[in-house]
Design a binder for this molecule. Structure first.
Ligand code: HEC
Ligand code: HEC
Ligand code: HEC
Ligand code: HEC
Ligand code: HEC
Length: 228
């Protein structure tokens, strides 16, 4: 006599569940504080958002307009990196060397930018190879709420909650790190604290346009708003 199929299915499901729970455990937001995965390109927020002061919303356009903050497409990077092929320091060093050797400076492409080009299917000058498809960078997600939670960047941006309140000082990070637990208690505690707070002034977008007038905030503590 073999084992009846439904029993096998049940055992399989139980085993499957154990596997799911174990692997999900690694990514439970409560345990993911400090999570800082390696990325396929050594993109530095400290350099771009810090030193170069590129605004967060220039790259994360979705944060003002929708649920997801979104990551910039490779074309956003190439808008600059078609021309910027190495750090200013490396370009300056080549200029100085060329002057000392009484010759014209040669174009410098750093290893980091070369690997960016390669990942995007481009040659060492940053030009698309004939027939090569436009590549995208397979970034590794840092923050990731379970699918049964509704989070919306736009509501928070319109309420004047700064990126740094939830993500920390990203402009000082070489590599992005999750600094908050993203647990339900974290969300609800802030929602209770912010309840009734009046925005001291209208919230404006990067272009100066008013995103939200002065008003009293009433963030939800209703289960069905965060879960549906
Ligand atoms: C020049 C473009 C650019 C700018 C400017 C920029 N970012 Fe990013 N951001 C990226 C890219 C690309 C990634 C994905 C790679 C990574 O995680 O580093 C990312 C990732 C992130 C993540 C993690 C996303 C995840 O997977 O959970 C957060 C949070 C973030 N950025 C916040 C900010 C904040 C806050 C600012 C402003 C202080 C900012 N970024 C400015 C390009 C940018
Ligand atoms: C109230 C807290 C909060 C604020 C404020 C906030 N974020 Fe987030 N952010 C989150 C959470 C939570 C996630 C994970 C969302 C998910 O997994 O669905 C996230 C995810 C992201 C991601 C990953 C991609 C995505 O869209 O899920 C990026 C990039 C990001 N945030 C950038 C920003 C930037 C830039 C700002 C400011 C304009 C900002 N965030 C403001 C909480 C916040
Ligand atoms: C607004 C222009 C701009 C945008 C947009 C931009 N970068 Fe940069 N990036 C620079 C500049 C300028 C430098 C050199 C800064 C310095 O002197 O170190 C740089 C440096 C770098 C470096 C290090 C190069 C080296 O040799 O040290 C990498 C890697 C890089 N960027 C990747 C990216 C990626 C990936 C994106 C898209 C998500 C991006 N950048 C978007 C301007 C930009
Ligand atoms: C630092 C404070 C803070 C944190 C942390 C925070 N929120 Fe909010 N949330 C707000 C504020 C303020 C509003 C805007 C309320 C308003 O416009 O009246 C808001 C609005 C919302 C809304 C839109 C519905 C509404 O109440 O207007 C949702 C959904 C939401 N938050 C979900 C979440 C979730 C899920 C988390 C955790 C992953 C979270 N929030 C974390 C402050 C916060
Ligand atoms: C402001 C947003 C918000 C509200 C309101 C909210 N939750 Fe949650 N809830 C979350 C987030 C975020 C998680 C994910 C936490 C995690 O994965 O650690 C979560 C997780 C859960 C879970 C999964 C178990 C756990 O603790 O991780 C249950 C069950 C749950 N919520 C039920 C409820 C009920 C019932 C209510 C109403 C009394 C409620 N939630 C209200 C944001 C919210």
């Amino acid at each position: 006599m073999g084992v009846p199929f439904p029993v096998l299915l049940g055992v399989g499901a139980a085993l499957g569940l154990v596997v799911v729970v174990q692997s999900a455990d690694l990514r439970l937001p409560g345990d993911a504080t400090g999570y800082e995965p390696d990325q396929p390109v050594a993109f530095s927020h400290q350099k771009h958002a810090g030193e170069l002061a590129v605004p967060c919303l220039f790259c994360h356009t979705g944060a003002e307009t929708g649920r997801a903050a979104t990551l910039p497409p490779a074309s956003t990077c190439m808008g600059c990196h078609q021309f910027v092929r190495a750090s200013f320091a490396a370009v300056r060093a080549e200029d100085d060397l060329a002057k000392a050797e009484r010759r014209d400076p040669r174009p410098v492409t750093s290893d980091a930018i070369r690997s960016l080009y390669r990942l995007l299917g481009r040659d060492d000058e940053g030009k698309r190879r004939p027939g090569a498809p436009e590549g995208e960078i397979p970034w590794v997600r840092v923050h990731d709420l379970p699918d049964f939670v509704v989070f919306d960047h736009r509501s928070h941006v319109a309420a004047g909650v700064a990126c740094a309140t939830c993500h920390g000082a990203v402009e000082t990070m070489e590599r992005v790190r999750q600094v908050e637990s993203l647990s339900m208690g974290w969300c609800v505690t802030c929602h209770r604290q912010e309840s009734g707070r009046v925005l001291p002034q209208p919230v404006r977008g990067p272009d100066g346009k008013v995103v939200s007038p002065t008003r009293a905030l009433h963030p939800t503590t209703d289960c069905s708003v965060c879960h549906h």
